[in-house]
Design a protein around this ligand. Structure first.
Ligand code: NAD
Ligand code: ADE
Length: 409
């Protein structure tokens, strides 16, 4: 069963999936080494992720490894209808289309939960929260992809409401170090540049949040020749950004200086009315955080009516100036581009598959749990192998030197 925009779009989707497959060697390795074992036989895997070609390759892999797969996009603007059609043609149960309204989105998630999944792969915790709110039987466990989803899972745990284990895939080294930092750093600028076709060099780029995502954005903004300003609420992160050579200031100060604003905090109302009021004519606003809550678009829409002037660009004119909003304030790298590069999602999705296998084969407590260290190390080793990079191993005497030190020796 499926519900997609147009099944005739499948050939284009297959083309996109074939391309990313070539660039996701770690997942392909997992496929070769695990296939004999079919580790997901008898599992029903429910997926709610940005539904583009790389996600599709992972879904097909779950299927090849024995699972029945049910999938929905996690954001209306990141769902690729051609990819949905290709997956449906392959027998994956797909319920998603680009531009979906909230009511249909939750209806689709409910349809997926009606299949009584045994494992959830979530991005933002929507599927897991819906299951909790509908008082359904728990699944064996969920694997959560992003920082905001982990924050929500921890909130459920702290309120004593979490019914099953949630593996914090986001917090694995092979996820946040690479996906959040290098992945978003590159793909957000891909989105900004292909949407605006404007120069970044010489502009002042204001990055809000100097966590993993903010670090990647700042690094790439500098590489493109921008003057980088960072806003933060955490004094340690703010100091770190300062030591890295960025200008650090409050949003009150930055709002009149920035040419391009990118939010990456996972928080609400980072850019709000007083900041819109202070902005220069021509300022460009976008968001890289999970939800479209970081730029207060509701308030912006009270200041002026948005005019769609170009694909993924709305212009707001008020007080004699115009500011531009990209991708409706949703994740700019997914709403205005194709998400992270394939080689990056290769690591994140290998972590997802190995974490799902861990959930399938262990009886775990209902808590937010770390990805086991061996899984993280396995993914790093496989990635190095795929890149033909060899590293040193400790000699016996080096291991002894590092582990056998005693007081007084
Ligand atoms: P993080 O926790 O490492 O960093 C967030 C930072 O924002 C923290 O340093 C925090 O102090 C700061 N912050 C919070 N409120 C702030 C405010 N009002 N003003 C300024 N700074 C503030 O999180 P992260 O991993 O960098 O993720 C950030 C967001 O990006 C999350 O919503 C996450 O889910 C999302 N994310 C998006 C993508 C993508 O593809 N676009 C990829 C990974 C993560
Ligand atoms: N593609 C699929 N899932 C993604 C994610 N969470 N971030 C960026 N690109 C993606």
């Amino acid at each position: 069963m499926y519900n997609v925009r147009d099944i005739a779009l499948a050939p284009q989707g297959h083309e996109k999936i074939e391309w990313v497959k070539e660039h996701m060697p770690v997942l392909s390795h997992i496929k070769r080494t695990f296939l004999k074992k079919e580790p997901f036989d008898n599992e029903r895997v429910a997926v709610c992720l940005h539904l583009e070609a790389k996600t599709a390759y992972m879904a097909l892999l779950f299927q090849e490894l024995g699972a029945d797969v049910y999938i929905s996009g996690s954001n209306p603007l990141s769902t690729d209808d051609t990819v949905c059609a290709a997956l449906a043609e392959e027998g994956v149960h797909v319920y998603s289309w680009h531009g979906i309204d909230p009511q249909s989105y939750y209806k689709n998630l409910t349809t997926i939960l009606d299949a009584n999944p045994t494992i959830i792969i979530d991005d933002g915790l929507d599927l897991t929260s819906l299951l909790h709110s509908q008082k359904r039987p728990p699944v064996k466990g969920a694997c959560e992809e992003t920082t905001t989803g982990i924050i929500r899972a921890r909130a459920l745990q702290n309120q004593g409401l979490l019914q099953f284990p949630v593996i914090a895939v986001n917090d694995a080294y092979c996820k946040s170090l690479f996906d959040n930092r290098y992945g978003t750093g590159q793909s957000a600028f891909d989105g900004i540049m292909r949407t605006t076709n404007l120069v970044v060099a010489g502009k002042t780029v204001v990055i809000s949040g100097y966590g993993w995502v903010g670090k990647g954005l700042a690094m790439r903004a500098r590489g493109l020749g921008a003057h980088v300003v960072v806003t933060e609420v955490d004094p340690i992160k703010a100091l770190e950004a300062h030591m890295e050579g960025y200008r650090v200031m409050s949003m009150d100060e930055a709002s009149s200086r920035g040419d391009i604003f990118i939010t990456a905090t996972g928080n609400i109302d980072v850019i709000r009315e007083e900041h819109f009021e202070a902005m220069k004519h021509g300022a460009i606003l976008c968001n890289a955080g999970h939800f479209d809550v970081e730029i207060n678009v509701k308030t912006l829409r009270t200041l002026a009516e948005g005019r769609k002037i170009r694909k993924n660009v709305e212009a707001y004119t008020f007080n004699g100036k115009t500011v531009y909003l990209l991708g409706e304030g949703r994740l700019v790298n997914l709403a205005c581009a194709d998400g992270h590069p394939a080689e990056i999602m290769d690591l994140s999705f290998t972590l997802q598959i190995l974490s799902a296998q861990y959930v399938a084969t262990h009886s775990l407590e209902p808590a937010v749990l770390s990805v086991p260290e061996e899984i993280d190390t396995t993914v790093a080793n496989l990635a190095l192998q795929a890149l033909d990079i060899s590293i040193d191993t400790l000699t016996e005497s080096q291991r002894a030197y590092l582990t056998s030190w005693k007081y007084g020796t």
